[in-house]
Write a protein that binds this ligand. Structure first.
Ligand code: DCP
Ligand code: MG
Ligand code: MN
Length: 339
């Protein structure tokens, strides 16, 4: 194989440039002149910085013509090898209505595209004409409630109500508020709560969850259930909760039941965010390891496209910090705000 040595293959930022160029073409086709221009400037800056591999936020923001949003996108590309926004845009360039429909609880991208293709323009259209599941119907009914950000203090209050109810069921079961709340956000999209108990498996905890949900419905704190999924690594429950008062908005609340042995890996996963999790998983795979919701595994064999060929042996699942540090040993710029 002859090495052609083109400029782009020598530039350490060629992958970043390639993805940004695709994104720019989409903005250009949307006649978004302002974004097209700022992408063009950033790309040419990257093309001329031949010897510096730009991989941190600080390096990116220091480049002429690169602002906060673009710097974050560059870090996302470098750490996850993809750009979420681009993948979204590729599905449908005219994505305003698509976004609206994808924002309905329980509606995925495939179904949202079907609604667009059917000619629906508003939530009313979908409600009237589409065949919906019960959770999706609630998702439309409560669309604006669920879209509102939840102030941090209110998330804390929901967490308190859950924790108090839990104590009356089993003193030893613990609840922790996770997701954006644990990352310190001043407002959150939903309320994420882990339920766990030292030395206890999923079966027993599943019963606790059932009792908890029943009790919280009786208290008129839970307003509806939306989904439940049982796995051997834990059970997920989705629903909505509301503080006392008719006029209070419904909030999306997620419970994740986790066996005591896997609490560390579950904490890492449920703290997120999702982009951070993908970065950590990719990094683990590059080190011959594997990271998921249940643990960190070593000696994982992979094929040439990183597909997994053996499960590997469990390295850590109980201690969050150990999982984190082992994975990111050499990559100190990764931080989810907890370490
Ligand atoms: N998560 C993930 N991948 C997904 C969805 C979730 O890794 N596709 C993990 C990381 C998230 C956590 O679960 O941080 C909670 O998911 P949420 O969707 O509730 O996201 P956040 O709590 O991070 O943000 P928001 O404030 O929007 O709820
Ligand atoms: Mg959340
Ligand atoms: Mn959630």
């Amino acid at each position: 194989h002859k090495h052609t040595g083109t400029l782009s293959s020598q530039n350490p930022n060629s992958r970043t440039i390639q993805i940004l160029e695709e994104m720019m073409q989409i903005y250009d086709s949307l006649k978004d002149q302002w974004r097209t221009r700022s992408y063009r400037i950033a790309i040419s800056t990257l093309k001329s910085s031949n010897d510096a591999y730009i991989c941190t936020y600080e390096q990116a923001i220091a480049l002429p013509g690169v602002g906060d949003r673009l710097a974050k996108k560059i870090v996302e590309i470098v750490s996850t090898d993809r750009l979420q926004r681009l993948e979204y845009a590729k599905l449908d360039p005219k994505d305003q209505i698509l976004k609206l429909f994808h924002g309905i609880y329980g509606v995925g991208l495939v179904q949202a595209r079907k609604f667009v293709a059917a000619g629906y323009n508003t939530l009313e259209d979908v409600k009237k004409h589409a065949t919906l599941t019960e959770p999706q119907r609630i998702g439309i009914e409560r669309y604006s409630d669920f879209k509102q950000r939840i102030p941090r203090e209110e998330v804390r209050q929901h967490g308190e109500i859950v924790s108090t109810a839990l104590k009356s069921i089993d003193e030893k079961v613990q609840s922790h508020v996770m997701g954006s709340y644990r990352r310190g956000a001043k407002d959150c999209g939903d309320i994420d709560i882990i339920l766990t108990k030292e030395g206890t498996g999923v079966e027993e905890l599943h019963e606790v969850l059932e009792k908890l949900v029943e009790k919280l419905f009786e208290q008129k704190f839970l307003m509806c259930g939306l989904a439940i999924a049982r796995h051997d690594d834990g059970t997920k429950w989705h629903g909505a909760s509301r503080l006392e008062g008719e006029d209070k908005p419904w909030r999306r609340i997620d419970f994740l039941v986790v066996p005591g042995e896997e609490i560390g890996a579950a904490f890492l996963y449920f703290t997120g965010n999702d982009v951070f999790n993908r970065s950590m998983r990719l990094l683990a795979s590059k080190k011959g390891m594997r990271l998921n919701q249940r643990g960190l595994y070593k000696d994982v064999m992979r094929g040439k496209n990183r597909e997994k060929m053996s499960e590997g042996t469990l390295l850590e699942s109980k201690d969050e910090k150990v999982s984190f540090v082992t994975t990111s040993l050499e990559v100190r710029e990764f931080s989810n705000g907890c370490f």
